[in-house]
Design a protein around this ligand. Structure first.
Ligand code: NDP
Length: 450
């Protein structure tokens, strides 16, 4: 039995059999680090794989809160503190009804390597709750955030575990979580990033993941003597990552023509109206169907009308495609449609948005594939800038943060490409990213002893 089979067997026997997202992420990493394992037996000798696939701590807690009708509500809360070989745990918090231990374990596992790839000294974690923020009043959101932090605050700390935003957790929620921590501990400790500027947040954090995604793509293309200028791009999602990716695409001279939400998708062949999109999603927190009501030339397709469960946005011909909504949102049907329409590059804004079957199709057809752990690392990189600003009380301007973000994304690309060259991987950026991240974590684990 080789190390992949052995590790998968071990993971399946020690986790819930239904942890399919975690197993999917784990298998991808195990397969792609094969060249490293073959050249450096020390990683097998130190049993790094057996050690790295176990989370250090899995915390599960109950969140009780009162809704506006004074009825008691109960939700599940989780934090997976997966690995802290490189530094304190760091990873976002997600509020969405689909949240469960499997989703968070996969996100935390991916976060370990993403954080390592940035070259910064942070470990990997992820947390969240099955709480659904949709349809809740401002007061209910605040009450829930306070109850979440009350149930869990003694497990975080600026040297222990630093939280951040993710799906359903933006500046508003981060502000309430931070406020409750402050009350409970009587400190102004930097235990969460993506804070509003008024609470010590960093300039440019809200836009960092979306902007970073486009900086990474632009660097990659420049190395191929290509550019995004004048190119049609398709995007899924219409949240924090998607909207800022669209904004940066416009700045690069590209033409982003799609977006989507959990209910449907928009195609606007003249280019997405960014101001209207922001108004609908950030101000009104409404469905995208209102976009088509106000932009008569745009088409709106409801989720129920998608072909074979494949988001309508991937049927639109484009040069570059950016899935920016959620995990496993781009399946083989979507990949084939993109390939038939001559897509040149796929860059992941969301975490693990592409199914393994879809990735295989892109690879077989030589489509450049930029994996999430590299392409969407801009958010966590600026979060670390936020932590360092909070600790030093020395704040950067928006321009300084943007310049640092550009450099970080460009360096991430260069480090991955150097790894690809070292292991003769061509443009296999998935393997390059996994080897780079794994090696940094594994070396730190070996250096610390057991
Ligand atoms: P938001 O909550 O701001 O937006 C998520 C978007 O995806 C919304 O448009 C939402 O639709 C849509 N969506 C969510 N779940 C589903 C689903 N099951 N099916 C279809 N559409 C869905 O989240 P972010 O933009 O912050 O995050 C998007 C992705 O990027 C996630 O994978 C996240 O883990 C990843 N990411 C985010 C970072 C950040 O800095 N925010 C950092 C790194 C990665 P609706 O509006 O209807 O809810």
């Amino acid at each position: 039995m080789d190390y992949i089979e052995q590790a998968m067997k071990l993971a399946i026997s020690t986790n819930c059999q239904d942890d399919r997202n975690f197993f999917q992420a784990l298998k991808e990493v195990l397969i792609s680090i094969k060249p490293l394992m073959e050249q450096h037996p020390k990683y097998l000798n130190h049993r790094i794989i057996q050690r790295i696939i176990y989370p250090n701590r899995e915390i599960r807690f109950k969140i009780e809160w009162l809704n506006d009708n004074n009825q008691t509500q109960v939700n599940n809360g989780y934090r997976i503190q997966f690995n802290n070989a490189l530094g304190p745990y760091k990873g976002g918090v997600r509020f969405h009804p689909s949240v469960n231990p499997d989703i968070l374990k996969f996100l935390a596992f991916e976060q370990i390597f993403k954080n390592a790839i940035t070259g910064l000294h942070i470990g990997g974690a992820k947390g969240g709750s099955d709480f659904d923020p949709k349809g809740k009043s401002e007061k209910e959101i605040m009450k829930f955030c306070q109850a979440f932090m009350t149930a869990f605050y003694n497990s975080v700390g600026s040297d222990i575990d630093i939280l951040g935003g993710d799906i359903g957790v933006g500046e508003r929620e981060v502000g309430y979580l931070f406020g409750q921590y402050k009350i409970l501990t009587n400190t102004y400790d930097s235990i969460i990033t993506s804070k509003p500027i008024s609470l010590g947040g960093s300039q440019g954090r809200a836009s960092a993941t979306g902007y970073g995604l486009i900086y990474f793509t632009q660097t990659l293309l420049e190395n191929q003597d290509e550019t995004l200028k004048g190119k049609i791009c398709t995007i899924s999602g219409s949240g924090n990552v998607a909207i800022h990716a669209i904004e940066k695409l416009y700045e690069m001279g590209a033409v982003p023509v799609t977006c989507s939400d959990s209910r449907g998708a928009i195609h606007d062949s003249n280019g997405i109206d960014l101001e209207l999109l922001k108004k609908i999603k950030f101000e009104r927190r409404a469905s995208l169907e209102y976009y088509a009501v106000e932009r008569k030339n745009a088409s709106y397709v409801k989720k129920e009308q998608y072909n074979n469960n494949s988001n309508y946005v991937w049927e639109i011909p484009c040069f570059a495609a950016f899935p920016c909504a959620t995990q496993n949102e781009l399946n083989a049907v979507a990949a084939q449609a993109l390939i038939n329409n001559d897509v040149q590059i796929l860059a992941e804004g969301a975490n693990m948005p592409t199914t393994p079957e879809a990735i295989d199709l892109f690879v077989q057809n030589n489509i450049i594939f930029a994996p999430a752990k590299a392409a969407n690392a801009g958010g966590v990189a600026v979060s670390v800038l936020e932590m360092s600003q909070n600790n030093s009380l020395n704040y950067f301007s928006a321009e300084e943060v943007d310049q640092k973000l550009r450099n970080i994304m460009s360096n991430i690309y260069k480090d991955i490409k150097t790894t690809c060259d070292e292991y003769d991987l061509g443009m296999d950026l998935i393997s390059g990213a996994n080897i780079l991240g794994f090696k940094r974590v594994a070396d730190a684990m070996i250096a610390q002893g057991v």
